[in-house]
Design a protein around this ligand. Structure first.
Ligand code: UD1
Length: 417
């Protein structure tokens, strides 16, 4: 739990190493449950979500060994978690469902409650598992799935990232062929599919809206280096667009960030794709319009950081959030810094203002917290971001160190729990 003290900073200059992707690593860790052999994940990001999932995997009977730059997961005594609290801590825990069901023939998890950014139901996960032959029963706040899985055609009502990942994992060990239609196409799904293929799974079409999986009898161990975190890279690109300057985002991939890069260049920021990573030059000068969409549309996870950019960019920027129903909570906090933002349902209109002033603000969720930290870089005086909820540590590795190393005035203040 921490506060972040941020002061107005000079243009950021230098290099930021981008960590491996949280949203790729979490499903890959769950995918390790599909084999009883060792799975080695290289350079896992130092995030509390990763630590939380390690405890859950241990509760599922696997051994998790932490080496200096790797995680080794061995699920040779797989079981359903006995303590439901482990599952409830984090929404991504729902991703153990597919592996547990396909290996044990039974899986039980508590139903995830609502969360700050919206309801986030799991009906598509369950609908898909039931198409694969699982019997789904609800009791005492949880859901139990039982049955041996058989390949089937699954149509997702919306291209849910988590449902696509869960079903993809479950289908690798199902008997016969599964086709997931209207599947999500995010880079993290392509990475998960490549990881599963390296374990012996037979998957075609990941990254398109139809994924075909031919079930195999068993999977074997592997060693995997996950992709770089496009959301962390995007957030740092936004930090540069706020302060100006020149940043190299080491290992960031332009092909995973097209929608953001187009928007930043519309705003007057220059971008260069180099073999070492992405280079970002200069400050945003023109307003822009953002509509969050599934990949390859503009990612909802970068909506808050881009709103921080819009606050000081001259002109009127408009945001339409189509993925989550309650993802503008940062708008009220940014307004405390003097930003001019009007929110009406799923639309936010931001009138850029030349002056923001530091104030105490609160991180209401993960991406909102990061957006407040980077907004503080261009607010006069001190912005104190209260992250008692520990949101930022869930998804950003040492954000204060990475920003300070390129000239950002950001200090982390530990608070007693
Ligand atoms: C993942 C990402 C998260 C990102 C989100 C959208 C991880 C760990 N998290 O979350 O950072 O913001 O994708 O890009 O990778 N929905 C249903 N029923 C379902 C599943 C989803 O109605 O069964 C709805 C959700 O409520 C939401 C939308 O679909 O409105 C998108 O959710 P989904 O793509 O599943 O996101 P997550 O996998 O939870």
């Amino acid at each position: 739990m921490a506060h972040y003290a941020v002061r107005e900073s000079p243009p950021l200059r230098g290099e930021i190493p981008i960590s491996t992707s949280k949203n790729a690593v979490l499903p890959i860790m769950c995918g390790a449950l599909l084999t009883c052999e060792d799975v080695r994940i290289e350079s896992p990001p130092d995030l509390t979500d990763v630590t939380t999932l390690c405890s859950l995997l241990e509760a599922c009977g696997s051994r998790v060994k932490r080496e200096k730059d790797a995680l080794i997961i061995t699920a040779d005594a797989l079981q359903n978690p006995q303590d439901e609290e482990d599952v409830r801590k984090m929404r991504a825990s729902v991703l153990v469902l597919g592996p547990l069901l396909s290996r044990l023939g039974e899986a039980r998890i508590p139903l995830p409650g609502g969360c700050a950014i919206g309801q986030r139901p799991i009906d598509q996960h369950l609908k898909g598992m039931s198409a694969l032959g699982a019997k789904v029963t609800f009791d005492h706040g949880g859901v139990t799935l039982t049955g041996r899985l058989r390949g089937a055609v699954i149509y997702l009502d919306m291209p849910s990232v988590g449902a696509t990942e869960n079903l993809l994992m479950a289908a690798t060990l199902a008997e016969g062929i599964t086709r997931i239609e209207n599947a999500a196409k995010e880079p993290e799904i392509v990475d998960l599919a490549a990881f599963l293929s390296s374990m012996g799974a037979k998957i075609a079409g990941a990254g398109t809206s139809t994924i075909t999986i031919e079930g195999v009898h068993s999977l074997h161990g592997t060693s995997w280096m996950p992709i770089a975190d496009r959301v962390e890279a995007g957030t740092m690109a936004c930090a540069c667009a706020i302060t100006g300057g020149e940043l190299l985002l080491r290992s960031a991939r332009a092909d995973h960030l097209r929608s953001l890069l187009f928007k930043l260049s519309e705003a007057g920021v220059h971008i260069k794709d180099t073999p070492g990573g992405l280079m970002i030059f200069g400050r945003a000068k023109q307003p822009f319009e953002i509509r969050t969409m599934v990949y390859p549309g503009f990612p909802t996870d970068l909506q808050a950081p881009m709103m921080a950019v819009a606050c000081k960019t001259p002109g009127t920027s408009v945001f339409l959030e189509t993925i989550f129903e309650n993802r503008f909570m940062h708008a009220a906090e940014l307004a405390r810094l003097g930003a001019h933002i009007r929110v009406e349902n799923r639309v936010a209109v931001v009138e850029g203002t030349p002056y923001l002033t530091g104030a105490p603000v609160r991180a209401t969720d993960l991406r909102a917290g990061a957006a407040l930290v980077i907004a503080g870089l261009c607010a006069e005086g001190e912005t104190l971001v209260d992250d008692e909820g520990g949101h930022i540590d869930r998804g950003y590795c040492h954000i204060e160190q990475k920003l300070s190393a390129v000239g950002g005035d950001v200090r982390r203040i530990e608070t007693v729990q």
